[in-house]
Write a protein that binds this ligand. Structure first.
Ligand SMILES: Nc1ncnc2c1ncn2[C@@H]1O[C@H](COP(=O)(O)OP(=O)(O)O)[C@@H](O)[C@H]1O
Ligand SMILES: [Mg+2]
Length: 285
């Protein structure tokens, strides 16, 4: 499903005093079915950009299109409802939104809001448990008795239960231990592929960008500074330096080796396997 930002500015103005725009003059088109990483320093406007996609933040100028739904400064309630059904949004620490007495009830909450029948909800819950690797035996447990990684899975399963076409994730692995982190990201990547979900994910981890994303949106100072594929981003040293972006582990290692040797390789490695291949090819090892 298409997502387009057309000259969008937005702010968090609540009262009569106009404050400076938080997001200014954003234009971008997210390819349907793609996995896009959103990167940039804290305060750059990454979370705000995600909120524009499901109408939690409305443009003050310009328009956001999600499929056939178009948001401007005055979005109708109907447009908001339509888009929230299409866009599943996991905030940072989504498990903080868990509330029900059982995992089952938590997973049933979203679909019930969209007037889906009990029997259909039952089928959906079984399906999302399978997708997210939640054992059926956990359904009658309290979500609060589960581990952090399992709670995060339940929270994401709850988002999937409304059958979105677009998945928007704000640092989905933040705060998890390395094993749980890898499991969650692998699960999201698998979902993206099998369910054909257009996925946007805020992350600070450039190895995650390399492993999971096709495209990258670089944000700074409330603007989209670049929107390009992963390899182009890590080939553009000037861009990386301008926005103080980290590089993947393999590229960092390559740069250290190049410095020590006083020579440069022709290619920039994004993964360790790639680096090893280039080093052998160039006769460095
Ligand atoms: N609810 C809010 N009310 C007012 N200002 C906000 C709100 N949320 C974020 N901001 C401000 O908007 C800017 C962008 O924030 P955010 O989108 O959270 O950036 P990021 O996710 O890249 O760290 C920051 O200056 C932040 O202080
Ligand atoms: Mg944020």
């Amino acid at each position: 499903m298409h997502i387009t930002f057309n000259r969008v500015s937005a702010n968090y103005q609540l009262g009569p005093i106009k404050r400076a725009d938080i997001l200014t003059d954003l234009s971008a088109e997210v390819t349907p079915g793609s996995f896009t990483a959103v990167v940039g320093p804290t305060g750059a406007g990454k979370s705000s950009l995600l909120k524009l996609i499901n109408g939690l933040l409305l443009p003050s100028v310009g328009e956001v299109s999600v499929g056939e739904v178009v948001f401007t400064a005055k979005a109708s309630k109907q447009a908001l409802k339509q888009v929230r059904k299409r866009v599943g949004m996991a905030f940072q620490f989504p498990e903080h939104q868990l509330f029900a007495e059982t995992v089952y009830e938590d997973l049933a909450f979203g679909p019930r809001n969209f007037n889906i029948s009990d029997s259909e909800i039952d089928t959906t819950i079984k399906h999302v448990c399978q997708l997210t690797g939640i054992d059926q035996s956990l359904l009658e447990r309290s979500p609060f008795s589960l581990s952090g990684g399992q709670q995060r899975r339940v929270a994401i399963a709850g988002i999937l239960a409304t059958k979105p076409d677009i998945l928007v994730l704000d640092e989905p692995a933040a705060g998890l231990d390395p094993v749980a982190k890898k499991q969650i990201l692998e699960m999201l990547s698998h979902l993206h592929k099998t369910e054909k979900l257009t996925t946007l994910m805020v992350t600070h981890d450039m190895d995650d960008v390399v492993h999971y994303a096709d495209d990258v949106i670089v944000m700074a100072e409330g603007q989209i500074k670049a929107h390009l594929d992963v390899r182009s981003l890590f080939s553009d040293q000037a861009l990386l330096e301008r926005y103080q972006l980290d590089v993947p582990t393999a590229l960092s290692l390559q740069q250290q080796l190049e410095q020590a040797k006083g020579e440069q390789l022709n290619h920039r490695s994004l993964t360790l396997t790639e680096l090893a291949d280039y080093l052998i090819e160039e006769g460095w090892v």
